[in-house]
Design a protein around this ligand. Structure first.
Ligand code: NAD
Ligand code: WQD
Length: 336
């Protein structure tokens, strides 16, 4: 079975490519390298001991994407390509809507033209907006609090409409909580551009000496230690969930949606401490005001995925920190 991976040079897409190759799938990677490096593909090929067909293509480029579908048979698409920085999306909404929404429309049209109607889509827990309570189930009301989140929400709605209009489509909406971790080889991992927005890569760069200290955003939340609580999920568990979703789609057409999380939350201070344990150092931090737009707690009820996909996260906090540290300490400057 051949899977087209859009955004396959990126953090999650590269781990998906590796896991698929390890399980004997064929993959084709499409990425415009706007937020990634071709070296990630080379390392996936090296780890899998198999060549990885790679096309440097923007998914909005219909002719180029059409050409990719002509060069190799494709059975299904895992769609990771997208811009994902929440703050940036507030300042550049049109760029986000064009890249994420227009890109997905072109992809769906080209898929249709080539008779490919199976799609696993990278959605996000951001589609739950500011949740009224935790844990979050898939039936919670959906909303968006920034253009990035709105782009995910629109794409979900678009896919629902498509499946209603053309019932032969098979679509899985996978709502990720907070992906973290890296392949245990330490050869591939998350390599954000500039100063990281997200907590774990920030901590990792403090640990490796690239940044002086972590700012803990908010210490007066109604949580066990006053800092924000999130559901950090190991990227390898996450990509295994995608393969289970693909198997589910093989059983019949329709649209399904799943939370991919661990079902438990850790606070910012717990994360800093766990990372310090993994790296064998004390991570310097300072207490800072809340970051606007942050919820106190966001963690999943992941029981639907367990029930219907037979999937659950098996890697814990210490595995995650250990694997991030191996990646970061072996590659202090990422892929550069
Ligand atoms: P990433 O930036 O590392 O990977 C995305 C990849 O898509 C990059 O390699 C980028 O170059 C590529 N890309 C972007 N626009 C493209 C376009 N128009 N054409 C071709 N390639 C394009 O991000 P990631 O963390 O691997 O995220 C993958 C997906 O998962 C994204 O859609 C993101 O929104 C979603 N997601 C991520 C998180 C997270 O915290 N990492 C959480 C929830 C959802
Ligand atoms: C985690 C916790 C911060 C940085 C974001 C997106 C979400 C999804 C995942 C894509 C929070 C605190 C952070 C720092 C800190 N992405 N923090 N100091 O905000 O839960 O989710 O990534 O879909 O849409 O919003 O993740 O890693 O930024 O923050 O104290 O330097 O760490 O306040 O409590 P978040 P995060």
């Amino acid at each position: 079975m051949a899977i087209l991976i859009t955004g396959g040079a990126g953090y999650i897409g590269s781990h998906a490519a590796l896991e698929l190759l390890r399980r004997g799938f064929d993959v084709v990677v499409v990425d415009n390298l706007s937020n990634s490096h071709e070296a990630a593909i080379d390392r996936v090929a090296e780890l899998a001991a198999r060549p990885v067909p790679f096309h440097r293509v923007d998914i909005r480029d219909r002719a180029a994407l059409d050409q990719v579908f002509r060069t190799a048979p494709i059975d299904a698409v895992m769609h990771f390509a997208g811009l994902k920085a929440v703050g940036e999306s507030v300042g550049q909404p049109l760029r986000y809507y064009d890249n994420n929404i227009s890109g997905t429309i072109v992809l769906l049209e080209v898929m249709k033209q080539h008779g490919v109607r199976t799609l696993v889509f990278s959605s996000s827990a951001t589609v739950y907006g500011d949740p009224a309570s935790v844990p979050i189930t898939e039936d919670f009301p959906l909303s968006a609090v920034n253009p990035y989140g709105r782009s995910k929400l629109f794409i979900e709605e678009m896919l629902r409409d498509l499946c209603r209009a053309e019932p032969e489509w098979r679509v899985a909406l996978l709502r990720y909580f907070n992906p973290s971790g890296a392949d245990p080889s330490g050869r591939i991992g998350e390599d954000p551009n500039g100063i990281p927005n997200n907590l774990v890569p920030f901590i990792a760069q403090v640990a490796v000496g690239r940044l002086p200290e972590v700012a803990v955003f908010g210490t007066d939340y109604p949580t066990r230690d006053g800092t924000g609580v999130r559901d950090y999920i190991h990227v390898v568990d996450l990509v295994v969930g995608h393969i289970n979703a693909l198997e589910k789609l093989a059983a019949g057409p329709g649209l399904v949606s799943y939370n991919l999380g661990t079902g438990r939350g850790y606070s910012v201070l717990e994360m800093i401490e766990a990372f310090g344990r993994a790296a064998g150092k004390t991570i310097k931090y300072r207490l800072a005001p809340r970051r606007p737009g942050d919820a106190a707690e966001c963690w999943s009820d992941a029981s639907r995925a367990e029930r219907e996909l037979g999937w659950r996260a098996t890697r814990g906090l210490d595995d995650m920190c250990r694997d991030v540290w191996r990646w970061q300490s072996n590659n202090p400057n990422g892929y550069a």
